[in-house]
Write a protein that binds this ligand. Structure first.
Ligand code: NAD
Length: 434
């Protein structure tokens, strides 16, 4: 089998490398020449654990190549996957499909034989039909099967998620697309991964419904955490007691400063807009979006309140600014709301993140970056944990105490034990715990 992956981002590069690992001949194409040049030199454009090794091995074995030339990528391909971005369209919250439609048209033009054109990007219901129309318009001479194959990998554990998914969803219209996609995912049959073949519309909606449900689950436990703080309950006990009910499940019941990232914020917004347009609004999702946005702003207020009324000029150390651990992705990270609010209030912010490549460009210039967690907290009046990188869990409280000037800790990810932190002399608060 030979495939082309259009887009060398978090999804395209990881999926391309994983398909190559399955034994497929893969060409990953991107319009960004720096990205492709870097990949030719063995440099990864993103941080994802294990990706450099997986890419290097498959390049060495000759199954994985990179190009900026679409015709080279598409030539002789059995399937072409679109893994380009679908960010929020400026102004109205809809998904911006210009990259998907442009790529679909270019692929159709470049096709040198029948192929399956698969949308892996997260796209609103109806997009597959539009891609079909584009193909028919551009290449009435060629049978191009259009399919949807939403991706469920998580940044930070993307390779494992791709290799051992809970399920594979394929939205298909014809037997040829079904056959090609089932063959591509055949290695997963060995681990009995369910492959759901559904309509294109259902596949497109599964992705949004799943993301919106997870975002709602996080937002639900965040509100329960707020209630716990008012009534003296412990949200971890509540979450465990809820989650052990098999109908609820234990995952995604960890409270925090509000969800962020490259998917949940934009996908919940796009689903809400799609549903409004269809005359079938999803009020629960609309409430989730509103509650989550307000939460991020409230976290900044909470930090300022902890610093006291004379917060201007005080020093705050922030540990972790990426939207989650084990990624360098800053898209819609809570830090993008919280840190500018602190800076605007006159607070001096020093941040540390193990993967700061994109953070430096995304945060206000006034935010200083430290090289280590300990150097970030040096002389700080307060310490805020925003992203739960594992290395923060093991920081010795006495070292933190010795380095800091003040004694305030706001642990917005609940990584530390309240009793241990209070015993070390900190004024410690976390989310939803007494
Ligand atoms: P990304 O921004 O990391 O990568 C997109 C890449 O596509 C970029 O490198 C860009 O240069 C390239 N591109 C844009 N137009 C192109 C074109 N016409 N031809 C070739 N390349 C082009 O995006 P991502 O995070 O990989 O997300 C891609 C899609 O997958 C989105 O729809 C997203 O919602 C979805 N998704 C993302 C994740 C995730 O965790 N990041 C998970 C599941 C699904």
């Amino acid at each position: 089998m030979r495939i082309a992956m259009i887009g060398a981002g978090y999804v395209g590069l990881v999926s391309g490398a994983c398909f190559a690992e399955f034994g497929v001949d893969v060409t990953v194409m991107d319009v960004d020449p720096d990205r492709i040049e870097g990949l030719h030199a063995g440099r990864m454009p993103i941080y994802e654990p294990g990706l450099d090794k997986l890419v290097a091995e498959n390049v060495k074995d000759g199954r994985l190549t990179f190009t900026t030339d679409l015709a080279t990528a598409v030539k002789g391909a059995d399937a072409v996957f679109l893994a380009v971005g679908t960010p929020t369209r400026r102004g109205d919250g809809h998904a911006d499909l210009s990259y998907v439609y442009a790529a679909a048209e270019q692929v159709a033009k470049a096709a040198d034989g029948p192929l399956v054109l698969v949308t892996k990007s997260t796209v609103p219901v109806g997009t597959g039909r539009e891609v079909q129309a584009i193909c028919r318009r551009v290449r009435p001479d060629l049978p191009i099967s259009v399919a949807s194959n939403p991706e469920f990998l998580r940044e930070g554990s993307a390779i494992g998620d791709f290799m051992r998914p809970d399920r594979v969803v394929i939205g298909v219209d014809d037997d040829h697309a079904t056959t090609v996609l089932r063959r591509l995912y055949r290695p997963l049959y060995l681990i009995e991964t369910p492959v759901l073949a559904v309509s294109i519309e259902s596949a497109e909606l599964i992705k949004y419904a799943a993301n919106a449900f997870l975002a709602t689950k996080i937002t639900f436990i965040n509100e329960i955490a707020d209630l716990c703080e008012k009534v003296g309950a412990d949200v971890h006990d509540v979450a465990r007691g809820m989650g052990l009910d098999g109908r609820i499940g234990r995952k995604f019941l960890h409270p925090g400063p509000g969800y962020g990232g490259s998917c949940f914020p934009k996908d919940t917004l796009a689903l809400a807009r799609t549903a409004q347009d269809a005359g079938s609004p999803v009020r629960l999702v609309e409430a989730t979006i509103e509650v989550n946005e307000a939460r991020k702003a409230r976290m900044a207020q909470r930090i300022l309140a902890a610093l006291g009324p004379a917060h201007a000029g005080k020093r705050v150390a922030v540990l972790g600014v990426t939207f989650k651990p084990e990624t360098d992705d800053m898209r819609d990270a809570p830090s993008l709301v919280i840190l500018p609010a602190l800076v605007a209030a006159g607070v001096e912010v020093t941040a540390f993140d193990p993967q700061p490549a994109h953070a430096r460009q995304s945060l206000p210039a006034a935010v200083r970056f430290a090289e280590t967690a300990i150097s970030a907290v040096q002389g700080a009046d307060a310490l805020v944990v925003l992203t739960e990188w594992n290395e923060f869990r093991a920081l010795p409280p006495d070292r933190l105490k010795a380095a800091m000037k003040g004694d305030i800790i706001l642990d917005l990810r609940n990584v530390w034990d309240p009793a241990a932190m209070r015993a070390a002399g900190f004024t410690y608060s976390s989310i939803g715990r007494p």
